[in-house]
Ligand binder design. Structure first.
Ligand SMILES: Cc1ncc(C[n+]2csc(CCO)c2C)c(N)n1
Length: 227
């Protein structure tokens, strides 16, 4: 049996993802010390990020060549719109931020760069580009969630961000990440090295964009870009 493509990807992204765990924003979620103004910035930017991210799954569903993959994308689409974005809406309600305000957030330059990169590749390529584009986001948040869940007190009620940690480390999200990894492995099987290298590049670049997203929210950058 050949080695799994996601094992090869893991070796590439592991150092980048480990650096997320050292990032002050991520650390602050685990120990509860994160400035709530910074968190509000994440909520808003992430909400508009997720709207475009959801479109990626719709593209994946349209490009899928069998019902099984079509169904997986549809499940992932539901996961973003009704589960993950609901966490954002609940946190926003606690802050007195309305759904309308969340939705009308102007994307920062990094948010636009990140979503545009994924949408561009997904529209240009086949279903393999869609899966490679969404993989790091899903898998890395699950990686962060599971790592933070091990921080003493991270899941306790007195950590304001415990529901964040709980959600991204949950069995449900672990399963979603697992399904996407399986999809990636299925699609990669039998592909020539030249194509695998292109998919690997997408996963590495999106991992770097994830880091920039953490930096953007930490620094509350909100300068937009019009493209
Ligand atoms: C910048 C950014 N990157 C990744 C995620 C996490 N994420 C995006 S979609 C998905 C799976 C299904 O909802 C997960 C876990 C996020 N929220 N924001």
């Amino acid at each position: 049996m050949s080695a799994l493509f996601t094992d090869r990807l893991w070796r590439k992204v592991e150092p980048i993802w480990n650096s997320y765990l050292e990032h002050p924003f991520v650390k602050g979620l685990g120990d509860g010390t994160l400035d709530q103004e910074k968190f509000k910035h994440w909520l808003k930017q992430d909400y508009v990020y997720l709207i475009d991210y959801a479109r990626l799954f719709a593209i994946g569903s349209a490009k899928a060549d069998d019902l099984e993959k079509m169904t997986t994308f549809a499940k992932l689409l539901h996961g973003v719109l009704d589960v993950e974005m609901d966490l954002h809406r609940k946190f926003a309600a606690d802050f007195g931020i309305s759904k309308e305000e969340l939705e009308s957030t102007e994307p920062s330059a990094i948010t636009t760069a990140y979503t545009s990169y994924m949408l561009n590749l997904s529209q240009r390529g086949g279903v393999e580009n869609v899966v490679a584009s969404v993989l790091a986001c899903e898998w890395s948040y699950n990686f962060i969630g599971k790592s933070l869940a091990k921080v003493p007190g991270a899941l306790d009620d007195d950590n304001f961000y415990s529901s964040w940690v709980e959600m991204y480390s949950s069995d449900e999200f672990t399963e979603l990440a697992q399904e996407t990894k399986q999809l990636m492995n299925q699609i990669a099987e039998g592909k020539p090295e030249q194509e695998l290298a292109k998919l690997e590049e997408i996963v590495v670049r999106t991992s770097q964009l994830e880091y920039m997203f953490w930096d953007m929210v930490e620094n509350k950058e909100d300068w937009p870009v019009n493209i």
